[in-house]
Design a binder for this molecule. Structure first.
Ligand code: SF4
Length: 273
């Protein structure tokens, strides 16, 4: 929403038939953007609110836009525009968790906290220093709904952690759904099938390229990746429970295979709980 032509881009994407979600702090939403949302409803607007008070908001965002943020959430809701509020729980705002929950719920919305923080796409690991200690993170997840959410992702099935334990059957580096049914296009026109593994891309802006060709090429490349080192993760029986993945590893450690100590400790705590 920082771009002058946001409303025009948004309406164009809608006209092309995209199911459009907008991820934004929404503090810079003016009348023109609001009108565009009203004219053609987004699938969703997702905004992150990490504080319950002006001073905490200022400490975290380095802006004094707390009131504006809340006001804009209310404006969206008043105009029946679908909005979801997310909260990252960190060392900075753990003391306000109940206050944020009350605030979000007073707006008639669900409180959706996450304790997951990752290195930035430029490999800056500063956000990782704000992670809650694993014990605390697991207790927050348990108390505020993460475990329930895991269950609701498998309707009708009990979330059975025991079934997820076991040594990997092969040396495949990626065990996630990347490349199964979705891809992204970066602002530079590069197709990606993992948002973290940015070195694996396909340049759609070149002549003679196609979405179909790009997708299958990337799919082959990504699923052809194998462990080459004796990384602890290679044979780890907790891989399906752990938050570790090659994409997160490369951003945080500079290597596709290196374990992340925080995730090892988090996995231990999760298993205990
Ligand atoms: S980070 Fe630790 S717990 Fe997670 S897969 Fe690697 S070795 Fe296992």
């Amino acid at each position: 929403m920082m771009r002058k032509e946001f409303a025009e881009l948004y309406l164009y994407a809608k006209k092309l038939g995209f199911i459009t979600s907008v991820f934004s702090p929404i503090v810079s939403m003016g009348d023109e953007i609001l009108k565009a949302f009203i004219a053609s409803l987004p699938f969703n607007i997702e905004t992150t609110l990490n504080a319950a008070t002006h001073s905490k908001y200022k400490e975290i965002t380095k802006t004094g836009l707390f009131k504006k943020h809340i006001q804009n959430i209310k404006v969206l809701l008043k105009n029946k525009i679908p909005v979801r509020v997310k909260t990252q729980i960190t060392k900075q705002n753990i003391g306000q968790i109940d206050g944020i929950k009350r605030l979000v719920e007073s707006l008639g919305l669900d409180f959706r906290p996450s304790t997951m923080l990752h290195a930035r796409l430029n490999c800056n690991t500063r956000p990782c220093a704000l992670r809650l200690e694993p014990k605390k993170a697991v207790s927050v997840n348990k108390r505020y709904g993460f475990f329930d959410e895991e269950e609701s992702r498998r309707p009708g099935q009990k979330f059975d952690i025991e079934k997820l334990i076991g040594k990997p059957e092969n040396d495949k580096l990626l065990t996630c759904a990347a490349g199964g049914h979705a891809f992204w296009i970066s602002p530079e026109g590069k197709m990606l099938i993992c948002g973290n593994l940015r070195m694996l891309d396909y340049d759609l802006s070149k002549r003679g390229t196609s979405v179909k060709q790009g997708f299958y090429k990337l799919h082959k490349k990504i699923h052809g990746l194998r462990f080459k080192t004796k990384s602890k993760c290679r044979q780890c029986e907790y891989r399906l429970i752990c938050k570790w993945c090659a994409g997160r590893a490369i951003l945080e450690t500079g290597s596709l295979e290196e374990p992340i100590d925080y995730f090892c400790r988090l996995t231990e705590e999760t298993l205990e709980k």
